[in-house]
Design a protein around this ligand. Structure first.
Ligand code: NAD
Length: 260
């Protein structure tokens, strides 16, 4: 379905981004990976997922908190792959502290990576998408793009901002073949959440298993983690012809979190 298209997935060396990259690759898209840490193992996984289609998989290590790195990433994407047809804004970090104790540099980092990076990638991607009259922008927001939790002011502000950016870009492109939508996951068991489970276990003097149960029980009525594969399936749907008039939605995949 996506043969001949190129997808850039930010923050795809791990977790949800890697899951989405795998699923888009399985549909035949070429993939540009991005993120920190080892890139060889994720690259091999994604190549394998797209092996039936003979896809290309590239990597660029742009730090998404740095606008100049993002410009470089797009120069790389355009010279190696032509237009970025599918942009998945996924890179994200978390920091938990009450607002009066929130380190200023952490606030700046969360806003830069979780929100401003999506502005920079989108402003660079849209002209090429408009020229081809086809494009998909998928922003990984969160249940925290729709409701708040204590201790997460920067993350909640950034994710609500990302949902707002999604709606604006969807309106600006509404008469074109370019769509922009957000996916709002509940808890997904990735390194980002594992850290929060471990911190909870340590703080409460409980086992990691117990902390995991409490974390789910508090917010996610299904009592089950959402998986990167499920989010990848939704991303694939948003890239399909059936979704060509889905515009500006913030689609929660959250085991019932925001239905409460
Ligand atoms: P993760 O920690 O597993 O992966 C984050 C990815 O982003 C990694 O590849 C990391 O290298 C990359 N990254 C971090 N900082 C970066 C930077 N400055 N520049 C480039 N890459 C950077 O996290 P995840 O859970 O897979 O989260 C992915 C996205 O999904 C995030 O935006 C997160 O907020 C969102 N999300 C996660 C959950 C969850 O429960 N895990 C829930 C809702 C939303």
């Amino acid at each position: 379905m996506l043969k001949g298209k190129t997808a850039l997935v930010t923050g795809s060396t791990s977790g949800i981004g890697l899951g989405i990259a795998r699923q888009l690759a399985a549909q035949g898209a070429n993939i540009i990976l991005n993120g920190f840490g080892d890139a060889d193992a994720p690259r091999a996984e994604v190549l394998q997922a797209g092996s039936a289609h003979g896809i290309r998989v590239g990597y660029h290590g742009a730090d998404m908190s740095k606008p100049a790195d993002i410009v470089d990433l797009f120069k790389f994407a355009e010279s190696e792959y032509g237009v970025v047809d599918i942009l998945v804004n996924n890179a994200g970090i978390q920091h938990v502290a009450n607002v009066e104790d929130f380190p200023v540099e952490k606030w700046d980092a969360v806003i830069a990576i979780n929100l401003s990076s999506a502005f920079h990638t989108t402003r660079l991607a849209v002209p090429g998408m408009r020229a081809k009259n086809w494009g998909r922008i998928i922003n990984l927001a969160s249940a925290h793009g729709l409701v708040a939790s204590a201790g997460k002011s920067a993350y909640v502000a950034a994710k609500h901002g990302l949902v707002g950016l999604t709606k604006s870009v969807a309106l600006e492109t509404a008469t074109t073949g370019v769509t922009c939508n957000a996916i709002c996951p509940g808890w997904v068991l990735t390194p980002l959440v594992q850290k929060q489970i471990e911190a909870r276990a340590e703080k409460g003097g409980i086992s990691v298993e117990q902390a995991q149960k409490e974390l789910l029980g508090e917010k996610q009525p299904s009592l089950q983690f959402v998986t990167p594969e499920q989010l990848g399936d939704l991303a694939v749907f948003l890239c399909s012809p059936g979704a060509s008039n889905v515009r500006g939605v913030a689609w929660n995949v959250d085991g019932g979190w925001v239905a409460q």
